[in-house]
Ligand binder design. Structure first.
Ligand SMILES: Nc1ncnc2c1ncn2[C@@H]1O[C@H](COP(=O)(O)OP(=O)(O)OP(=O)(O)O)[C@@H](O)[C@H]1O
Ligand SMILES: [Mg+2]
Length: 453
């Protein structure tokens, strides 16, 4: 599945390539001169160019030089006369990936094309990984020893061993849904292929559609060249739809079709593209409620809900609280170059008494802050701020006590916004109401503090 541009002045060779490459599923464009090709490449894209060196007008070597200036990084295979070893060497110096000697053998051409197309796909995926690097981590990071979390481990092992099964992960915010999705992927035989995720609440419908399915050149304004969709990049890997409950209804219908047929079309495209990817989705919203409110399709829900688990909230597995706190203490010790030896008993009691509405994320953030500001050998209660305990209401207005060594107003504002979002299940209208500000003000501040939707 690649777009291949063939540049050769010989009509017979052009049609030979078409006859060979079209049935193999590639898009083939043939042109007779380098000049035409340069014009073509200003508006179109190719995954691979097969280039004859001897051309009337601008020759292949000159074309390679011009192509380098365009910086479009399209791999080129040059076609040279049998005796022309020098030219092939020169072409490689100008960035050609490989060469084919005339008269050529069709099997050899297929082999070279397949190899380069595959390399290209891997490079695309690597480039994507590079972008995602900060969010990609191995698994084994799921900490816990309680019965409910052991049940989660059993579930992960089970679904990891059936790599086609669609998985739905539910649970309150911060319970580790994303972590579990990654663990399922990395533990499965798909683990060395891409894990691609998208947050359904973070995109508008049309943008999300273009990201997911990719598009053909000219599909809409600004679509100057073809772009592969994320679903295509997840071929043989796993695709994670985070916050699926927030997916726009129009897209839900399209995703349902992908799940049913395992094929899709790029935006503006006509070709059906087959994909083999495991779909994992997660939701902190109650999807049944979304169905009864008419915002989520029931048929899609049944498709997604093949194997499902609800992650336990932290308050239901108190045994894990100290274990997790000590784990985060260790990792923030390293990150902040501290050497805290442990947690005081008083703080342990406080951590155990808390109800953790923000679950593991809240605990992690609390420990991060506390480690950062701790001045003694052990982690004490001095710098711990928990969602419930931050503000004490009194006489209808809220009083926040300033600790002796001061506080950061910005951090408090940010934390209050985060709490309001957590309390309202990230419903911005209700969160703004809780904070007695307008939705626009809330949005503005979320942007300012880089808070996710
Ligand atoms: N069992 C666990 N062990 C270690 N870290 C955990 C565990 N569960 C969650 N975390 C950490 O807590 C944070 C929140 O987890 P995650 O993002 O997976 O939650 P989530 O359920 O997807 O939340 P949300 O619904 O808000 O997106 C992450 O930093 C994650 O690494
Ligand atoms: Mg999440």
């Amino acid at each position: 599945m690649a777009s291949i541009l063939v540049i050769d002045d010989d009509k017979y060779i052009r049609s030979t390539f078409e006859d060979l490459l079209l049935p193999a599923g590639h898009d083939v464009k043939t042109l007779a001169s380098a000049e035409e090709a340069l014009i073509y490449l200003q508006s179109e894209y190719a995954d691979l160019i097969l280039l004859d060196i001897k051309l009337p007008g601008m020759d292949g070597l000159e074309f390679l030089e011009q192509l380098q200036k365009l910086k479009c990084d399209i791999p080129v295979v040059v076609i040279t006369g049998f005796a022309n070893v020098d030219t092939s060497v020169q072409a490689m110096k100008l960035g050609a990936k490989d060469y084919i000697r005339k008269p050529f053998n069709l099997d050899e051409v297929t082999l070279i094309v397949d190899k380069i197309v595959e390399e290209q796909q891997i490079e695309d995926q690597l480039a994507y990984f590079q972008k995602q690097k900060d969010v990609i981590f191995g698994f084994g990071d799921i900490i816990g020893n309680s019965e409910p979390i052991k049940e989660v481990f059993r579930f992960i092992r089970q679904v990891a061993s059936s790599p086609k099964t669609t998985v739905l992960i539910r649970g309150e915010t911060g319970t580790g849904k994303e972590l579990v999705a990654r663990a399922i992927h990395y533990k499965s035989e798909r683990g060395n292929k891409p894990f691609i995720e998208i947050n359904c609440s973070a995109f508008q419908e049309t943008l999300l559609e273009a990201e997911l399915f990719g598009y053909e050149a000219g599909a809409f304004t600004n679509a100057t060249h073809r772009k592969k969709g994320l679903l295509e990049l997840a071929h043989h890997g796993s695709f994670f739809f985070d916050e699926i409950g927030d997916m726009a209804p129009g897209l839900q219908a399209k995703i349902l079709k992908v799940l049913e047929k395992q094929t899709f079309r790029r935006v503006g495209g006509t070709k059906e593209i087959h994909i083999d990817t495991r779909i994992i989705s997660a939701s902190s919203r109650n999807i049944e409620t979304c169905i009864s409110e008419g915002t989520f399709r029931e048929d899609l829900y049944y498709r997604l809900n093949v194997a499902s688990i609800t992650l336990p909230p932290l308050r239901d597995r108190k045994e894990d609280v100290i274990l997790l706190a000590e784990h985060f203490l260790k990792s923030y010790n390293t990150e902040f170059k501290k050497n805290l030896k442990g947690i005081t008993n008083k703080l342990k009691t406080k951590l155990l008494e808390h109800s953790w509405p923000g679950n593991v994320r809240e605990l992690k953030n609390a420990i991060e802050r506390a480690v950062l500001f701790e001045n003694s050998d052990l982690l004490t209660c001095d710098n711990i701020s928990l969602l419930d305990n931050l503000a004490t209401p009194s006489n209808n207005h809220t009083v926040i006590q300033i600790p002796n060594d001061g506080l950061s107003l910005v951090d408090i504002e940010k934390s209050l916004i985060e709490q309001a979002l957590i309390k309202t299940n990230r419903n911005q209208t209700r969160a703004a109401k809780l904070l007695n500000i307008s939705r626009e003000t809330l949005k503005y501040r979320m942007k300012k503090f880089n808070i996710n939707h």
